[in-house]
Ligand binder design. Structure first.
Ligand code: DON
Length: 312
């Protein structure tokens, strides 16, 4: 059912304020020191419609780093650069039920390949499948890709978040060395991690996420020019992962409560799409114990219920 935009514009301010209160229940991520000062009770949302309607409301002025939301786009770039066969030689297609940075299944399940490209282990391998002679070239290609999809050439890296993650990432370093030992990661660990940390440190706004989401909602076609920017089949792949693994081991709960493809990041961002209709960007830095924006998830659940967005 098409969303009633007049009603949405009228109701959204109040819905945002009601969800903002829920931020109290969450905590800002501190394991990456550069994220620790994020505004805990901030909440903002941008919604871009395929027909050209747009709304941006709440604390959307704040920039935030993509973190795990970048995994959607690194997967797309790796699929376009290295092909589907190579990508799925290296990562699986199944949810884990474990934390996003868990090492558990790499040891438990033969052949030690990450269950999916959205857990940290999977995304580290995916970073190694982005084309480019050096980490700097790969990272620049990834940034250019984001700029192109978001239609915003001012997007850049947050250097503080990048270096604070690089300097403290013992867990990700362990995962990467484990993957080398398992014969899954074939590139240099530090060089691969540089690409991964840089993609996580790309700084965006809610509107940037909504614009990128719009492209996915429209199956990879630019809504203004009609150009096919991403092959439709690759968009189908990432949308499937967003439903099954996008909110980590809260993906099942999110499917029941909201029912749309989404991807979260520890900075409190959420990219969501209503297929065929809308791209949505949310920021709310206070996280629940699964690593998802507590107020952001609450707001999306209210909106989905009110406007009948669930795919199911
Ligand atoms: O590798 C990390 O831990 C972070 N750069 C990204 C993790 C993340 O965003 C998980 N999301 N909820």
């Amino acid at each position: 059912m098409a969303t009633n935009w007049q009603q949405l514009r009228a109701e959204l301010p109040q819905l945002v304020e009601q969800s903002r209160v829920i931020a109290e229940e969450g905590e800002v991520a501190t394991y990456i020191p550069g994220l620790a000062n994020s505004p805990k009770d901030a909440l903002g949302i941008s919604i871009f419609d395929i027909k050209g309607e747009r709304i941006t409301i709440g604390d959307c002025g704040i920039g935030f780093t993509m973190q795990s939301i970048s995994k959607v786009f690194s997967l797309l770039l790796a699929l376009m650069d290295s092909g589907e066969e190579r990508v799925f030689e290296k990562v699986g297609m199944e949810p884990t039920g474990d934390d996003f940075n868990s090492m558990l299944k790499l040891e438990l399940v033969d052949p030690g390949k990450p269950f999916n490209p959205f857990i940290n282990a999977g995304a580290i391998v995916i970073a190694s499948l982005i084309a480019g002679e050096t980490p700097a070239v790969k990272s620049a290609r990834m940034l250019d890709f984001i700029r192109k999809l978001a239609k915003d050439n001012s997007i850049g890296w947050n250097e503080d978040v990048y270096s604070s993650e690089r300097d403290t990432a013992n867990r990700n370093r362990s995962l990467a060395y484990f993957l080398v030992d398992n014969g899954i990661l074939e590139e240099d660990v530090e060089e691969t991690l540089e690409v991964y940390f840089r993609q996580c440190a790309i700084q965006v706004s809610c509107a940037n996420l909504a614009q990128m989401g719009l492209l996915l909602a429209n199956n990879g076609f630019d809504t203004e020019t009609g150009e096919q920017v991403i092959p439709r089949h690759f968009v189908q792949i990432v949308k499937s992962f967003m439903v099954t693994c996008g909110m980590y081991n809260a993906s099942g709960e999110f499917a029941i409560q909201v029912g749309i493809p989404a991807k979260s990041g520890v900075s409190g961002g959420i990219l969501a799409i209503v297929p065929g209709q809308m791209g949505i960007g949310v920021v709310g830095p206070a996280l629940n114990n699964k690593g998802n924006s507590v107020a952001g998830v609450h707001l999306l659940a209210r909106l989905s219920e009110q406007y009948d967005w669930s795919m199911f």
